[in-house]
Design a protein around this ligand. Structure first.
Ligand code: SF4
Length: 291
């Protein structure tokens, strides 16, 4: 497959929103509830024959499972749709969000023949909706903010090694890193470029962030958000105009918007730095939200 074909395959319209993931989650829940009901219906005569306590115990356990999962899913759905944080005091991004993705991917790909990456996009949309709903209520702290970037965002001919040390970037402007390098080390903001999941996990472990902004493709982002739980993480999808893992791009406006909401102090410094850089290089400054 040549690069144009790859790009066409990746470029399948706008990223999916929360709808498909939530719909399939409810479908999975209904299937599970019916299955448990059926198992209890078929086994209850025997269970009650052995002991009434056993019969009521198993029935109660099944009912409780359905109630907890259904309640969690209802809160997730309402929070995603309304943007109001209805998860408290149920937890941060609940355990339901760890359990659901594999089930949803399985049903979506095997029963409905849906594209797994599009389902991942939908999961990321739900996860982001929950993140922003809770963050707006001040439930998270951005005191130690980690911005995690993929290696493929670096211009493919760049001679500088920037994994682990983004400071090595010479800000030539050939890739989006030029606009992010100055963020690193700014009052608790850390920017790292990771070459894969193992390195990303190590970066997270070593920097001990209170909040993460991750940029990656749907697969890495969906897995990463689940991996770093319970650290609150927001995700931005990479743009892949040149095919996968090659000179990928990032919507910098989204990074600025994130900073404006959670680290306005750093945002102001970044805007000044971006405008200075644009003057030096003669290019237009990026469209900074709020300016
Ligand atoms: S902006 Fe930095 S990382 Fe990107 S190509 Fe230029 S020197 Fe390399």
């Amino acid at each position: 497959m040549d690069r144009d074909e790859l790009r066409k395959n990746l470029d399948e319209g706008e990223p999916w929103g929360t709808g498909p993931f939530l719909a399939l989650s409810w479908l999975a829940f209904v299937v599970l509830a019916v299955f448990l009901g059926l198992v209890f219906y078929l086994s209850s005569p025997r269970l009650f024959e052995i002991s009434h306590i056993l019969g009521y115990g198993v029935g109660g356990a099944f009912a409780l499972t359905v109630l907890v999962l259904g309640g969690g899913l209802l809160l997730i759905t309402l929070t995603s749709i309304t943007g109001w944080d209805l998860l408290y005091p149920h937890g941060r991004i609940q355990i339901t969000m760890r359990v659901l993705p594999p089930i949803v991917y399985l049903i979506g790909t095997s029963v409905f023949r849906l594209n797994k990456d599009k389902l991942r996009e939908s999961f990321i949309a739900v996860s982001n909706a929950l993140f922003y709903a809770q963050a707006r209520k001040g439930r998270f702290s951005a005191k130690r903010l980690l911005i995690l970037l993929p290696h493929c965002i670096q211009w493919h001919e760049c001679p500088w090694k920037i994994t682990w040390s983004i400071e090595n970037c010479r800000k030539c402007g050939k890739c989006p890193l030029a606009s992010l390098v100055d963020l690193h080390g700014h009052d608790g903001v850390y920017v790292y470029v990771a070459t894969g999941g193992t390195v990303a996990r190590r970066v997270v472990w070593e920097s001990r962030p209170t909040m993460i902004l991750a940029v990656a493709c749907p697969r890495d982002l969906a897995e990463g958000i689940v991996d770093v739980y319970p650290i609150p993480a927001a995700g931005i999808l990479l743009k892949r105009p040149n095919g996968p893992c090659f000179d990928t791009q990032l919507d910098l406006d989204k990074v600025y918007d994130f900073l404006r909401q959670f680290r306005p102090d750093v945002y102001e410094k970044m805007v000044a730095s971006e405008e200075k850089f644009a003057r030096q290089t003669g290019r237009e400054p990026f469209n900074v939200p709020g300016k």
